[in-house]
Design a protein around this ligand. Sequence first.
Ligand code: HEM
Ligand SMILES: [Ca+2]
Ligand SMILES: [Ca+2]
Length: 302
Amino acid sequence: QLKIGFYSETCPEAESTVSSVVQDAVVSDPNLAAVLLRLHFHDCFVEGCDGSILIENGPNAEKHAFGHQGVGGFEVIEKAKARLEDACPGVVSCADIVALAARDAIALSNGPSYQVPTGRRDGEVSNVTLADDMPDVSDSIQQLKTKFLHNGLSEKDLVLLSAAHTIGTTACFFMTKRLYNFFPGGGSDPGINPSFLVELKATCPQNGDVNVRLPIDRGSERVFDKQILQNIKDGFAVLESDSRLNDDIITNAIIDSYLGILSPIFGPSFEADFVESIVKMGHIGVKTGQQGHVRRLCAAFS
Ligand code: HEM
Ligand SMILES: [Ca+2]
Ligand SMILES: [Ca+2]
């Protein structure tokens, strides 16, 4: 139902406007690339890619859900929306702006460029309980697979989309359990490479400041590349959920396929397959045609 260039007649400058707003934002704060990419994931996984996460309708708004902890980039989306309301009022949906911004963020991080099918309409619900099934860092590999499958995404999509952690940072908040309380009696995740464990504990000491941030892809936090997969394989994953991809023969083999371990010459392309997966993610539960509406302000239903 979505199509590439949906706005080519109704708002020809739609995509270039989003690109220029995202570019300005990332130049002034490089980490916004990661933030915008994450925002697209969190939007799509709750009620579909419909801008539901952008709504600010009080303490029970979806955006305040625990599962959305740390999500941001709202001001960038709202700025692009304001420019587009000036240029072509009531035409470009907030849901599409989120999807386009994620694409631009990847390109600005030296990742693959791709075309985004557009034509999403904005959703009309927002409730904190709707995000209860968001994937969690502490989920088992089985839970992660199930949550992705519920959104029409395969094990391969799970691996490729988790590799979005090739850019960005996490707060120590998400590390505490993994470093100090992994088992009921305490202790750390045995999946962490011992030399890395020392490093992680130094950055996130027990009872330390949980707001301290560290790169998720060790040594490559600003570049969109497949280093994250090598790090995961070697026990250098920072996020617990990424490390869980090692726990399963299928996801393990998928990681290996991109690292050229199974077939050094004829292996699949990480970049090309990532693009396929993120475009697929961008189709989750989309509203098109007469469904939903196009908001005037991304944070409000009207
Ligand atoms: C598989 C399930 C996933 C889990 C459990 C998960 C969890 C997390 C957590 C806990 C953080 C740190 C947040 C913070 O401290 O601010 C994070 C960051 C991030 N996630 Fe995920 N994530 C998952 C999948 C994805 C997917 C599918 C994408 C995009 C396609 C994505 C993109 C990102 C990005 C880019 C960041 C860095 C954000 C920043 O620098 O502020 N994640 N994720
Ligand atoms: Ca949504
Ligand atoms: Ca990287």
